[in-house]
Design a protein around this ligand. Structure first.
Ligand SMILES: NC(=O)c1ccc[n+]([C@@H]2O[C@H](COP(=O)([O-])OP(=O)(O)OC[C@H]3O[C@@H](n4cnc5c(N)ncnc54)[C@H](O)[C@@H]3O)[C@@H](O)[C@H]2O)c1
Length: 308
């Protein structure tokens, strides 16, 4: 065994893909998840599962028992609209929950923590593109603020207590196990509706672009972040490419063979028009780059949805 990794949110979409990769690479893995959006079926059978809430004192008992060497912190409230309507709940999960995780890391002498932040939510309206890690951080939703606030606590725990950390700012992640009923994740939502024979809805003219990164590439970035010592601490994890919602829908039509047309409905206010991330730093220091192109990633995701 290479060491023990505690993955918070390891029953969720991204967390469970990270757990699989860690196990494949010889790590002993403990998953902490309260299943609020996650699913225990996602959890690799070789990992130990603890149903615990990161905001509660029960988390400490898991650390006490398991004494992990490393932590990968994925658990969060991820719904942007909910963050706006329930800002206290969002802050409780994403800020208080992170402080609780960090206090446990400190007390149980964790060697390193890797934190999942959000490029899309932290940078806000891009002032220039692609956004690199030095782009101003001006979140335009509560979720972006809470994800970014947690980044400051990581800096602080390193400054005060020497806790090693790496922050990964993900672009729009997609792939197997993403919840088609979630509020985010247009690819999963479209595929879910196609599978149910419902018409996919496109908000506005469909020309808004995002940087879509496949979940296996994100899992790989976490593994590299865990294992490599780098000069920088914050890395964008995306593709540097923009794809519009209309293009995504065309690719899904091709992969699924559906003739269905999407229905255009009123745009959602407050969403940025375009964004893509500059991921040159991750390439230079982590030796990471995305391996799965959008066409291939959509094919693989659709296969998973079809067989589910
Ligand atoms: N999906 C994306 O495109 C994206 C983009 C940027 C950043 N992120 C970040 O990646 C991480 C994982 O997101 P995801 O898309 O896999 O979402 P997800 O909802 O599938 O996973 C989150 C997991 O955390 C668990 N969880 C939530 N609150 C908890 C709590 N209080 N205690 C214990 N477990 C709790 C949920 O049950 C779930 O299994 C999040 O931190 C999110 O902010 C995701």
């Amino acid at each position: 065994m290479k060491g023990k990794v505690l993955v918070t949110g390891g029953a969720g979409f991204i967390g469970s893909n990270i757990v699989d990769l860690l196990i494949k690479n010889g790590y002993d893995v403990v998953v902490v998840d309260n299943l609020v959006t996650g699913n225990q079926e996602n959890v690799n059978k070789k990992a130990r599962f603890c149903n615990a809430d990161i905001t509660k004192p029960e988390l400490r008992k898991v650390f006490e028992k398991e004494k992990p060497d490393f932590v990968i912190h994925e658990a969060a409230q991820i719904n942007v609209r909910k963050s706006v309507t329930e800002p206290m709940f969002d802050a409780e999960s994403n800020i208080i929950g992170t402080i609780n995780v960090l206090e446990c890391c400190r007390d149980f002498k964790v060697k390193k923590i890797v934190y999942s932040s959000s490029g899309g939510a932290c940078y806000g309206n891009p002032e220039c593109m692609p956004c690199d890690e030095k782009h101003p951080v001006n979140p335009i939703c509560h979720y972006g603020v809470s994800k970014h606030a947690a980044e400051h606590y990581l800096f602080l725990y390193n400054f005060l207590y020497g806790l090693e950390y790496t922050i990964l700012r993900y672009a729009n992640v997609y792939g197997p196990r993403q919840d088609p009923k979630g509020e985010a994740g247009v690819i999963a939502i479209f595929m879910g509706r196609i599978k149910e024979g419902k018409i996919p809805l496109i908000f506005g003219d469909g020309k808004k672009t995002r940087d879509y990164v496949f979940v296996a590439d994100v899992a790989n970035a976490n593994l590299l972040a865990l294992e490599k010592k780098t000069r920088s601490r914050i890395f964008n994890i995306g593709t540097g490419k923009e794809t519009s919602v209309n293009e995504i829908f065309s690719l899904i039509k091709k992969a699924s063979g559906t003739e269905a047309e999407a229905e255009h409905v009123d745009p959602v206010p407050g969403e940025v028009d375009r964004i893509r991330l500059d991921c040159g730093l991750a390439k230079k220091e982590l030796g990471w780059q995305p391996m799965v192109q959008i066409e291939e990633g959509i094919k693989r995701t659709f296969e998973w949805f079809r067989n589910k």
